[in-house]
Write a protein that binds this ligand. Sequence first.
Ligand SMILES: [Zn+2]
Length: 430
Amino acid sequence: MKALLRVLVLTLCAAVCAQEFDPQPMNLDPLTLDAVVPVAEPEPPMPLESDAEEEDYAEEVEPEAQEALDVPRDQTRVAVLGYHNFSKTAKVTQMLMRTGEFREQMEYLRRAGITVISMQEFLEWRLGTRTLPARCALITLDDGWKSVYTDAYPILKEYGYPFTLFLYTKYLTGLGDSLKPEQVKEMQANGATIGSHSVSHLYPSSWKKTEKQGPEAYAALVDAELGESQKKLSEMFGPVNTYCYPGGYVTPGMLERMPGYGYVAAFTVLPGKVTVTEDPLQIHRYMIFGNDSSIFRRAVDFRVAQLGTGVTTGASPGTLPADTPAPPFAVYPKPQETVAPDLPEITAYLSGVAGVDISTVQMKVSGFGRVPAKVDEATRTVQWVLPCRIYMPNLSVHVTWKSTDGKGHKAEWSFSVDPNAPIQTENTIP
Ligand SMILES: [Zn+2]
């Protein structure tokens, strides 16, 4: 029974992970009914601690007393926000947000003192030629919907926020619900940076079909979609050096060829705060859904430890100081162990520790905050099944508990993730 459950859990986990790399199409293209369709973005991995507080993000927040000051580069975190389509009246979906809600979110950024930066500033910070405040946001809008011009742009202009348009060239016609090149140019003169979102916004299935035809065919398609869009958009709007993967679908075959097209940064749809050390070709981004404001709340919450910061003050994200004592019980993964990115679970075996009040045990994981670990009272095992692959190079785990005499205890350890380790499709954990 236990084994069956384990298989079930892992299957579910695999399904979640697969969803992340193979998003399904959500809505019909307004222009043509072929494969040129924006696709749904995956669910973010896990609720963070702060999500427990269901306060309305639009509630009063104290405005910063003065303009935020710059900090050393490694202390800045950037929330990249991704939007799609807007309407004042239509039913909201993941991809379509009420214009009024967008205004509230922009107002929140102002009141909370989060600095909205341009793509140029973002890239300079990444390259090391400028510093930024500790909490920044980068606003991006995907696909090229007409409502970006009619609904979002007036608000962005009012607030004086720079923004980035990730456009796919086939949809840049002014027909149906799409933007006209002239509208893009007008926005460009008023704070917009233009980035590429491919030529035809292909489904993952199209990519996979071409992959089967061999590496040459695949490379040709990568050139056509990622390379040609850069050329076309550069001809129309001046130099384009950023890319955003349609549907967040990114493959090793794409990454390999990226440097040849002149892109210096490429964005995914995997949520997390961006730090200066993050992989420039797989930059995290929060896709802000029109029908779920919790993602925006999470994106603008800089209080909890998130990707790239770790829960503690270790030398690098997710690591602990070298003199951290090992936990007084067995754990998996072991301290300092290196694991594959599809680690199925983190486990602490507390059976060897005397006097643990098992009902008080909590687990925190860097980048995730407090996690919903399952406590098995019979075996005194605390286990968290990861909802997705791990994107950070190091993770630290913090287990706290009270002993039956009421005293608090804590144990911590960290381990590393090798992004190139082979992915295990079966559970091979002993
Ligand atoms: Zn898109």
